[in-house]
Design a protein around this ligand. Sequence first.
Ligand code: 3HC
Length: 708
Amino acid sequence: MPMLQTTVENGIAVVTIDLPGEPVNKLSTAAGPEFTETLGRLRDDPAVRAVVLISGKPENFIAGADIEEFTRLRTAAEAEALSKHGQDMMNSVAAFPKPIVAAIHGACLGGGLELALACHYRVASDHPKTQLGLPEIQLGILPGAGGCQRLPRLVGARAALDMILAGKTERAAKAYRIGIVDELVPQAILRRVALEAADRVARERPRRRPRGGLTGALLDRNPLGRRLVYRGARAAVLKKTGGHYPAPLAALEVVREGLERGLEAGLALERRRFGELAVTDVSRQLVQIFFATTALKKDDGVPAGTAEPRAVERVGVIGSGFMGSGIAGTAVSQAEVEVRLKDADLERVGRGLAAAAGILDGRLKRRRITKYEHARLTALLSGSADFRGFATSDLVIEAVFEDLAVKRQVVAEVEGLGEASPIFATNTSTIPIGRIAEGARHPERILGMHFFSPVDRMPLLEVIPTAATSPETIATAVKFGRRMGKTVIVVADRPGFWVNRILSPYMNEAGLLLSEGVPIDAIDRTMTRFGFPVGPIALLDEVGLDVAAKAGGVMYEAFGERLRPAPTLAAVLADGRQGRKNGRGFYRYEKGKKTGVDPAVYRLLGVSPGTAVSPHTIEQRLVYLMLNEAAMAVGERVVRTPRDGDIGAIFGIGFPPFRGGPLRMIDALGAAKVVEILRSLENAFGSRFAPARSLAEMAERGGRFYER
Ligand code: 3HC
């Protein structure tokens, strides 16, 4: 079946792009000949004066090049040829003798935006689903179909680099403001306006809207100013990537080449660098992560066909502290449901509501939502000091104090609301869900939803069923978590679940290193060089030392010696240091800003900081404990698949994405090698490094977590 359908109205050809049998439009090499043939026909047809490109998909313009195709690329030369093919296609659009207008509704990403940029005019719907961007960097590649050339030419080096180097996606309104889009219209009239624009452009060349103002003129339109822009961009990239990701620097080089030496030179370098990047290990890992997260979007957490998720339109949140208000604010802003927040007294409820509304305020400020949406969403929030309004909730999420008796009390209160009591999710990180559900009348309606803090920003959610939880309850929680914008993994009701389980030995080891006199910044720097966004000690400060100590105690109780917490944490906590939240931790804070390591901590611990332990050893001790724990937890079926484990580690604790996650890392090293290193660490540092049985068995069999 063809992908393109053409109709002609008053001399304007409307080409509808609709890839048969697929939810989104993708550009593949296979589609090339059809494009060329269609364009050729329209060029030669004297009845056609102009062309409108529009999508036949309800919510998608074009999602970009077909990423599946990248996985089949074996050499840089093959990848370069693919890029050349895309560039040629876009060049033929740009050079088309009749005007081509892109009518954009829905995601217009990667190659899709590159196609729109090659067109002569762009009209977009102002619908929230209309998102424009070049996300290639997030796949470890760069825009390879002319995007690194045409975007800077259209909007200037600054704005283009801002989008390309971060792989950022913008809503249509922003795209209009910076000049990517020429006209912004309601979806209902998109087609008509695009037809009118095509007719107009066919008669008179459109004038470009001026953009960028004085700063634009100073920075974007002269070589000296641009040099400043490149320098700033380079420094920002190095700071952000720590040198682990080659794509952003390559993209910067390509944009610069094109602006300083012309389109041809820019395109040549663009396809060469695209070719090199597409076959790097980094890109392979990032592409895997894309497919894993996409697969998780369709995974209801229960075997297909076992249960339908309940519709969730009303949510009750109990506990209006930091977590509760974060959950409430995120539920409103992302899932757009009514949320009722409850706490013991109205004063606390008021504070919680204000914090929840703060999430909406932030989105308004960053222009993620309009003023109208802000008002509409804020109105969905309400609160009370009793259970009024809770009986009609579809889902209740509790985030009260971490205490078994208190949590059970809340379960009883919610069940007391009536026979049709809602699904009950507990946001605990330390108490077994099974214990909370004990004695409940409807244990099948109870499960855990473990959010990470801050809730609106952390992308992961762990959903934790007990043996008694019904498939309907699981499917409902998973689906609602997704509506809240989270990537959801379903994990077993074992202490620490998945994320805190693999984090626990890593944090303990950081504490032990510290008690041996390894400086705080040496530990943290080693791990940020490894690719974590923050080091373990800084993370302790972020999480809160009191919270970490409590979690550490639970893990020790459950797993014994192997997860014995380092004494350092208790000693520092005893000094009243809770981390960032009270402005005192391992680091110092001034007005909420981290200003450096607090040397008083060393005195507190009775150590003098020295660097006798090499960065290599620091890294091995920290990383291999985490790898080992991950393997052990997989052996205990804490996660359903290695995919969930790796995605959980990447999204939950920032495990370096370019390494693919702890389980992919073990596969890359080989289980035998990992066991060998663990054994040598065990000899040197003790039994906590003893290889997990499942890992040792895997090494013996020559097994892997993922098939090749
Ligand atoms: N290539 C291949 N498959 C893609 C795809 C792409 N670019 N974009 C989406 N898909 C597939 C998904 O894998 C999924 O497949 P499945 O149904 O078989 O599992 C299906 O389309 C639906 O996708 P989602 O479930 O993600 O649907 P959503 O509605 O939630 O999201 C989207 C749609 C926003 C388009 C999202 O899929 C997305 O972000 N896609 C990737 C966009 C991207 O990275 N584009 C750049 C590609 S690289 C490029 O263009 C190189 C060029 O410069 C040469």
